[in-house]
Every structure is written in C-alpha cells, then in structure tokens.
Design a protein around this ligand. Structure first.
Ligand code: ADP
Length: 394
C-alpha cells in the first residue's frame, strides 16, 4: 500500500516502453507504477518516481522489489520462471503467475500445451539433434521454420531452413551454443492477425476487436484496427479462442494472441502476457487502453469497455533509421506535428539505434487506406527526418 495515495502498489519488472505507457495509464487512476528497471535511462525509469535499478535475472533484486509492491507484473517475459515460482512460494502476488507466463516464455511449452487444448497451431516438433529437424523437413516439406524455444523476440530467434544441408549447419551451431529449439511448418498465410484480451483474477474477460499486424523482417511495423475485411464470424472465433486460452492458462492481465490467417482457418503463432505492440492503438482508438486494462486486471478492478472510437485506426511504429539523421529529434517532431496535426505521437525516450522501436504514431479515421500512408509517412519522418520515396506528401 502506498501511504501517500492509499492505493496498492503495482510493480512492473522491466522499464521499457510498455512500463512507460502503463505508468501513464496509472497516473489517470490516481496511482503510479513502481518499476524495476535495468538502467536509469530506461523509458519507464525516466518517468516513474518509484524506480529501482536491478537485473530481472537476480532473485535477490526481484525479492527486494517485490517486498515494496502489492502485485508484481511484467514489461517483458524474460524473468526466469524458477525465480517467479520462488517468489510465489514466499507469498508474493505475481500476475500473470509463472504457470501461465511460462507459455509466453517457452514456445515449445506453449505449442505443446495449446495443441493439447485443441487450439490450432502450426505442426511442430522439438529439436534436440540435427536429425529431428531433417526428419521434420522431409516429412512436412522444405523450407521449414526453426525457432529458439526461449529468449527470441522481434524475429530474433527465427530462422528459415531451406534444405537438409542448411538445417544441419544451423541446428548444430545452435545446439552447441545451448539454444533449446523447435521446428515448425512454414505456414502459407494470407496475413497476420492479433487478438487482444484481458482477464482478471475474478475471472472477468474483455476483448478488443482483432487487428491486422504487418511485419517487416520479423518486426511489427503497422497495426490496422479493426482488421480490415475480417468477417464477423472469424473475428468472433479469434476472440473466443483468445478468451479460451486466457481462461485455460489462468492468465491475469492482458493476453495478446498472435494469429496466422490461412485458407484453412486461424492458427496461433505466439502468446504475450502483457500489453503488446498490437494493442498500442487502443490508447486513442478504444474506450479503454490495453495499459489501463492491464492495471485494472492485475489489481482485480472491474475491466473497462473496449469499444472502438473510429471506423479505422492505424498505428505505425517509429523504427530507428540506419544512419543518424541530419535533423535533431526535436526538429523532426516539430515538422511532424505541423504536417500531421491529427497524428497522436508517442516517443519512448529511447536512444536511436537502427531498427529499434523508439515510438509509434496513431491515426483515427473513416477508412484504413489513406490513414496507412499518413501513419507510415509520419513514423518514417520521425525517425529519418526525410520523406519516404514514392509518396506524394502534398
Ligand atoms: P518472435 O518471438 O521473435 O516475435 P515469432 O515466432 O513471432 O518470433 O515469429 C516472427 C515472425 O516470423 C512472425 O510474425 C511471422 O511473420 C514469421 N513466422 C513465424 N513462424 C512462422 C511459420 N511457422 N510460418 C511462417 N512464418 C512464420
């Protein structure tokens, strides 16, 4: 309990942009987020008055942080499951709990559990020897997709294996380095979707409309909400699937279910149990944002309404330019605000590095088409300080 505010203290492990934006939502509810950050210049550490600096892999640091909080939650999934089990055994409230979170930490555990629940997933197999990957490729077709079971993000930890020779070389190297692996069928998909839901300990569930996510080089670059052209039937299926997974795994907080939209129906790719890039649009585009909903859920407050506030919402990520831009970030922001007065800009206070997510831009409108161009242009200008080739800006 925070004696100054009278509210319970929510502690978020990890000080990235998700914690930063959750903090922003906490402020509106009269609260503030305690943050365990890795460094004082992490995005959330720059804005929260209640920051501890420590490694999320250190049980002693986690324990000291937990002693200061009423509930622990996460900005990422990299806290070792064993540490979380130890904290729970000591009486710490952890949402989502380790038995749920492990399904967002370990792709092999997740695939195995979801398949057991009858949830559609791509065909997959564990890989503990080169022969496992070669056998899978021979049986299910080349190329196939090799993944690190743990530790990957933004496409790091995902490799396309063209043939048995490439499989042998890649798998041997990764196994030598101690990387746990799985292999799966390369899915022929029409597009990628995400179904975002929230669940409270009381068991209340809430879901936003499914969105389309657009990736480049394994990294999410754009989100279109609601997913354009998605039938009401498939949208309902995606929502029911995500709510079902949240209940079956006893998830508390926001759950993002990344989906492949295929000829044969929906397949689950990934789970994330925290606010997610596919839900940033909810800050301006939905009645309740994913960040506020996550807080409500982990505090077991009633969940907020999730209706969408415009026919089309588009979010574009601001990704660091390959080379340092000539214009300062201040000048770039100035220009974007002048050129796109309706753009909602979020910058995370991160140092600019090539390809790094340093912010996002959201636009609301009547149709996704024109909005997409404008969101991409605004995001590109923010990181590059120049317009995108092939676009008429006038
Ligand atoms: P990460 O955890 O690094 O985000 P993902 O498992 O989500 O990794 O994969 C990153 C991207 O790679 C996906 O968004 C998708 O575009 C592509 N991908 C992943 N698995 C498959 C698959 N089985 N078939 C085809 N494409 C895939």
């Amino acid at each position: 309990m925070d004696s100054r505010t009278g509210f319970p203290v929510v502690g978020m492990v990890g000080g990235g942009q998700l914690a930063r934006m959750t903090h922003q939502a906490a402020v509106a509810l009269g609260q503030s987020l305690a943050v365990l950050a890795a460094a004082p210049d992490d995005p959330a550490a720059l804005v929260s008055p209640d920051v501890r600096i420590g490694p999320h892999t250190d049980l002693a640091a986690l324990r000291a942080f937990a002693a200061h909080c009423d509930v622990l939650t996460f900005d990422h999934e990299h806290v070792p499951t064993g540490h979380l089990r130890a904290l729970v055994a000591e009486g710490v409230t952890v949402h989502p709990g380790p038995d749920a979170l492990v399904h967002a930490q370990d792709k092999l555990v997740m695939r195995t559990r979801l398949a057991g629940l009858g949830v559609p997933v791509p065909e997959f197999a564990a890989v503990t020897a080169v022969a496992d990957a070669v056998k899978f490729g021979d049986e299910h077709g080349w190329p196939c997709v090799l993944k690190a079971a743990r530790g990957g993000y933004d496409g790091r930890g995902v490799w396309l294996l063209a043939d048995p020779e490439e499989a042998a070389e890649r798998v041997a190297g990764l196994l030598d380095a101690g990387t746990p692996l799985l292999v799966e069928r390369r899915v022929a998909m029409r597009r990628e979707l995400a179904a975002l839901v929230a669940r409270s300990p009381f068991g209340q569930g809430a879901c936003w409309p499914p969105v389309q996510t657009v990736q480049a080089d394994g990294i999410c670059v754009e989100v279109l909400a609601p997913a354009p052209g998605l039938s009401a039937e498939v949208a309902a299926q995606a929502q029911e699937l995500a709510l079902g997974v949240a209940a079956a795994l006893d998830v508390v907080g926001v759950l993002a279910v990344e989906l492949f939209d295929t000829e044969a129906g929906l397949l689950v790719n990934e789970l994330a149990m925290r606010p997610h890039n596919s839900g940033h649009w909810t800050i301006e585009g939905a009645r309740t944002s994913q960040f506020e909903q996550h807080l409500r859920a982990v505090l077991d407050y009633p969940l907020g309404a999730t209706d969408v506030l415009a026919p089309a919402v588009v979010m574009a990520n601001v990704l660091g330019a390959p080379a340092a831009p000539a214009r300062s970030v201040d000048e770039r922001l100035h220009h974007v605000l002048a050129r796109f007065p309706d753009a909602r800009v979020h910058l995370y206070g991160k140092r600019e590095l090539p390809g790094r997510k340093i912010g996002h831009v959201t636009l609301l409108g009547e149709r996704p088409d024109g909005l997409r161009d404008r969101a991409r242009l605004a995001a590109h200008w923010l990181s590059h300080g120049e317009w995108l080739d092939g676009y008429d800006i006038h």
